[in-house]
Design a protein around this ligand. Structure first.
Ligand code: TYM
Length: 336
């Protein structure tokens, strides 16, 4: 029977929203590390469609994007047998724990979340309670599975801090119910920047499609986007403060090819930016090709993909149900 703390491996939990298309920032900041962690950790990953509806979604597009994000996760290397890989809305414990944790999370703390403040600006006509409560749903995702580690990009750090605070607050009243999780933020790739404005992070909601490279972009589109990446007026491929565009490209190239910064600088020394940008585009396209091929195969076999998410929803429910049961007992809900 699957349950929290069944073996000695540390539990890792992480999620990705099912909106728009998954991009190389998501891949380098999160998914690539999720895949690498599967051997040494007990991994649980989710496509978080409930988080996605905090911003208005077209229902048909959300369904399609959820399925595609799930298949893409498998194509990237998430093993749905080894890891628990599920769709958030399939597992009702997440909404249920969120209600309880809402009662342990101060309004003021939620109001300080920078993502809430940013999204309130970009969605000024729909600042709903879900958007405000978003981090509590995220805390529930993590705490239900007693996760010790949360592999994420740098932008999620504040939400994990809130998760820790909520868990510590709950534990201080009821004893050791929740494991206190740590964020696991990669040294490089934690903040992949926009190709058009390298002072901003790459984001799927960016209005300029050239700023963001999706995992499913064609080879041509990928190379074009890198060729038009904004850099600086120098011509030296070196990692240096103030060279945001070039620093970003060196980082991406390094993570996609396994080259160190020094190796990249040596390879492109004296060759100018044009050659370098094309090489980064080609390296990204080469790395993504097998992922895209696997994705295409999976989308031709939707029955298999469905069987994976169904089975994994059962596994996630069984696992998380234990924690929820304990929480319900602790807060004083009468057993049915
Ligand atoms: P989301 O869907 O915005 O992003 C998924 C993951 O990708 C990382 N990421 C980036 N990393 C590097 N550079 C970038 N430009 C970049 N953009 C995004 C994010 O840090 C994230 O790790 N709230 C979360 C999803 C979530 C979650 C959770 C995560 C829901 N529940 C529980 C961890 C644990 C989100 O919207 O991620």
């Amino acid at each position: 029977m699957e349950s929290p703390k069944t073996d000695k491996k540390k539990i890792a939990f992480s999620g990705i929203q099912a909106t728009g298309s998954v991009h190389i920032g998501n891949y380098l900041g999160a998914i690539k590390n999720w895949v690498d962690m599967q051997e040494a950790h007990r991994c649980i990953y989710s496509i978080v469609d409930m988080h996605a509806i905090t911003v208005r979604q077209d229902p048909k597009a959300l369904r399609e994007n959820t399925l595609r994000a799930y298949a893409l996760g498998i194509a990237c290397g998430i093993d749905p047998e080894k890891s628990i890989f599920f769709i958030q809305s399939h597992v009702h414990t997440h909404a249920e724990l969120t209600w309880v944790l809402n009662c342990f999370t101060p309004y003021g703390e939620l109001g300080r979340m920078t993502q809430f403040k940013d999204k309130s600006q970009t969605n000024a006509d729909n600042i709903n309670a879900g958007l405000f409560d978003y981090p509590v749903l995220m805390a529930s995702d993590i705490l239900l599975y007693q996760a010790a580690l949360v592999p994420v990009g740098a932008d999620q750090k504040q939400h994990i801090e809130l998760t820790r605070n909520t868990a510590i607050r709950f534990n201080s009243v009821y004893g050791n119910v929740f494991e206190i999780p740590e964020p696991l933020i990669p040294e490089t790739g934690a903040r992949v920047m926009s190709l058009q404005d390298p002072t901003k992070k790459m984001s799927k909601s960016d209005d300029n499609p050239k700023s963001c490279v999706a995992l499913l972009d064609s080879r041509d589109a990928i190379i074009k986007k890198f060729r038009s990446a904004v850099t600086d007026s120098e011509a030296e491929v070196v990692m240096r403060e103030g060279k945001d565009g070039i620093n970003n490209l060196i980082t991406i190239y390094g993570l996609m090819t396994g080259r160190s910064v020094a190796e990249t600088e040596a390879e492109f020394g004296g060759r100018g930016y044009g050659d370098f940008k094309t090489a980064v585009g080609e390296a990204v396209a080469d790395k993504l090709r097998p992922i895209q091929e696997k994705f295409d195969d999976l989308m031709k076999d939707k029955g298999y993909v469905e069987s994976c998410y169904r089975k994994n929803a059962d596994r996630a429910l069984q696992f998380s149900g234990r924690t929820l049961e304990k929480v319900y007992k602790k807060v004083g809900f009468l057993a049915r």
